[in-house]
Design a protein around this ligand. Structure first.
Ligand SMILES: C[S@@+](CC[C@H](N)C(=O)[O-])C[C@H]1O[C@@H](n2cnc3c(N)ncnc32)[C@H](O)[C@@H]1O
Length: 253
């Protein structure tokens, strides 16, 4: 598990992938500019999303280089949760829903009104609405809401049976995870669960350009426990063709 923020790693990576040096430098310059113009991480990352959605595409902004990859990544998330027993009657909250890479499949599968997506980026939520139109899912009445924080103050107690965040905490500093874990127990049904993916490191925790964050599993499990929740590492997710790992959080009985 390399420390991607170290100079040694960056130099070695540049030597192995010379074609990626120029795009990295462009990203470095853009991110530095955006960081200087914003007050906190959420504002900064919202600006990153705005830039990626407008300069590239919504699919690229959520991390898919091609539409085929976008479809495959969404299917992988969907298949996993259905294999884990998610049923049409479940009530899902998707944190950081993006442009509904997995969300459109859940909207199609769940009973009407049972999908709730939140995101910090208004630009990606507009793209999410376009996905709803593309798949003719208007009759399912999905709710898509912009947020500034993860306190969930506007959502009801014990409502959601499934809460899901894929490739979201990989872009967040520990304070954002702390806020989420401090508040998610209130809106989670007593028998519900909260799955999230994260970039795992076994060594020093670090970040790259404050866009990608790497955590140790123990850090996140202990954080959940600090907020009175149980957390476990999902071994079966490791077999999927995806670089991130997954933790499942439940309410401690
Ligand atoms: C890599 S994309 C993944 C989107 C979606 N989960 C998927 O798998 O397609 C990350 C998404 O999380 C959102 N995001 C990042 N930080 C967030 C936060 N603190 N709260 C809510 N959404 C956030 C971004 O705006 C972006 O849409």
């Amino acid at each position: 598990m390399p420390d991607r923020s170290s100079l040694a790693h960056k130099v070695g990576y540049a030597v192995r992938h010379p074609d990626r040096v120029a795009p990295y430098l462009r990203r470095f310059a853009r991110d530095t500019w955006l960081r200087l113009r914003t007050r906190n991480h959420v504002d900064y990352y919202r600006a990153v999303m705005r830039s990626d959605v407008t300069e590239k595409s919504p699919d690229a902004a959520v991390g898919s280089a091609t539409h085929e990859r976008w479809l495959a990544l969404g299917k992988m998330q969907f298949d996993y949760l259905v294999e884990h027993g998610v049923k049409p009657a479940d009530r899902m909250l998707e944190i950081g829903c993006g442009n509904l890479r997995a969300g459109w499949r859940f909207i199609e599968y769940l009973d009407s009104g049972n999908y709730y997506g939140i995101d910090i980026s208004p630009d990606i939520l507009v793209a999410a609405q376009e996905t709803v139109v593309r798949y003719n899912l208007q009759h399912k009445l999905p709710c898509l809401t912009p947020v500034h924080d993860l306190r969930f103050a506007f959502l009801p107690d014990e409502y959601f049976t499934v809460i899901h965040a894929h490739s979201v905490f990989s872009h967040c500093p520990i304070e954002v995870l702390d806020e989420c874990l401090a508040n998610v127990g209130r809106i989670m049904h007593p028998e519900g669960f909260f799955d999230f993916t994260f970039n795992r490191t076994q060594d020093k925790e670090h970040h790259v350009l404050r866009e990608d964050f790497y955590f140790r599993t123990e850090t996140l499990v202990e954080l959940a426990e600090k907020h009175g929740l149980s957390a476990r590492f999902m071994d079966d997710w490791e077999q999927r063709p995806h670089k991130q790992s997954k933790i499942r959080v439940t309410r401690t009985p």
